[in-house]
Design a protein around this ligand. Structure first.
Ligand code: HEC
Ligand SMILES: [Cu+2]
Length: 328
């Protein structure tokens, strides 16, 4: 008899007390914290995108976003505030909490390829400081391409094309020092300068290109290339293709450069095109990524990427024209 009561007690515990305490915990959790709860719907752009796509909070406010994705898997990121949710599964509500520590206008974006229009899925969080209603003036240094007055919409074919794809590994064997500022100079310009210099007469064209590939990768470093590779896979490959050939499924129907240069094929840039890539300085490529291609379908990334992110993704783009990047 005693044992039966004991068993019943356990069953009661399992059936009633445990679930009740769980619900109680949930209720306590939602009520006890002083977080301001904001419900956000994440849908693919065709179905409305972010709703709301403008969120207003105050400095120091404890914010809890409850994000629901009715259609497909999305991700969420406010890069400037270091807030991210990797996966918002359909039918689930994902919560993320943060305290905005500084005032400003901070873009947020989806991080999953939820549809061909995924890259349009962006929004803005305004963080205001009640004590200082005017937003702080953004500290804005003009990007390098503007300082250098590079026209990033012009075609930029290289004058010199390597006989074979340049290889950093072969370049490393040469013991050939190349001092060049690749941010401001295209690899093509660097080659032309070396070729015109009698000090390099002992080396053939391919050797100079190999030395340039080696010098370039030495300069940017393995870490940056790895960071760029991650960004590329997440943000660029769907249009530009995993192999950089411009054949990504999401880019096929984009106008590309045809609007400005009617003889150009439609769609995203092909990063395996030696002429276009070797003719471009890092500043030019960074400028295009930062600003986007107006009317071409190339999105802007300047509002979501830090400077370091922009340069590292440029460094990774070079791996489509230079072989043997250093492994991290
Ligand atoms: C929605 C599709 C799409 C996505 C996503 C996209 N691009 Fe593009 N991109 C394009 C198109 C289309 C062009 C060609 C038009 C142009 O050059 O403005 C282009 C052009 C470029 C160019 C110019 C190349 C040149 O030779 O001038 C660079 C550099 C570039 N993209 C880098 C990137 C990087 C890096 C990413 C990811 C962070 C990215 N793109 C994401 C569509 C896309
Ligand atoms: Cu998305």
């Amino acid at each position: 008899m005693k044992r039966e009561w004991f068993a019943l007690g356990i069953v009661a515990l399992l059936v009633i007390v445990f679930p009740a305490s769980l619900f109680g915990y949930q209720a306590w959790r939602t009520n006890s914290s002083d977080a301001r709860v904001i419900d956000v719907i994440a849908s693919s752009p065709e179905n409305g995108g972010w709703s709301p796509d403008e969120i207003r909070v105050n400095v120091g406010e404890h914010v809890r976003l409850r994000i629901a994705a009715p259609d497909v898997v999305h991700g969420f990121e406010i890069p400037a505030l270091d807030v991210r949710v990797d996966e918002i599964l359909p039918g689930h509500v994902q919560e993320v909490e943060f305290v905005a520590t500084r005032a400003g206008r901070f873009p947020f974006a989806c991080t999953r390829w939820c549809s061909v229009n995924h890259w349009r899925m962006r929004g803005v969080i305004w963080v205001s400081d009640p004590a200082q209603p005017a937003l702080p003036a953004p500290t804005f240094a003009p990007p390098l391409y503007q300082q250098l007055r590079i026209d990033i919409d012009a075609m930029h074919p290289a004058q010199n094309i390597p006989p074979r794809k340049p290889s950093a590994a072969r370049g490393a064997q040469l013991n050939l020092r190349v001092d060049a500022d690749f941010r401001t100079q295209s690899p093509d310009a660097v080659f032309a300068k070396l070729r015109a210099d009698a000090a390099y007469d002992a080396y053939d064209d391919q050797q100079l290109w190999d030395a340039i590939a080696f010098a370039y990768f030495q300069n940017v470093g393995a870490e940056n290339i790895a960071n760029g590779a991650r960004r590329y896979a997440r943000d660029c490959a769907a249009c530009h293709g995993e192999r950089g050939d411009g054949q990504g499924p999401a880019g096929k129907d984009l106008p590309g450069l045809t609007t400005m240069h009617p003889d150009m094929p439609r769609g995203p840039a092909n990063f395996t095109d030696a002429s276009a890539m070797l003719g471009a300085s890092d500043a030019l490529l960074q400028g295009k990524i930062l600003r986007g291609g107006m009317g071409t379908g190339m999105p802007e990334w300047g509002s979501l990427y830090t400077d370091a992110d922009l340069w590292s993704v440029v460094a990774f783009l070079r791996t489509f024209t230079f072989d043997d990047p250093p492994a991290p």
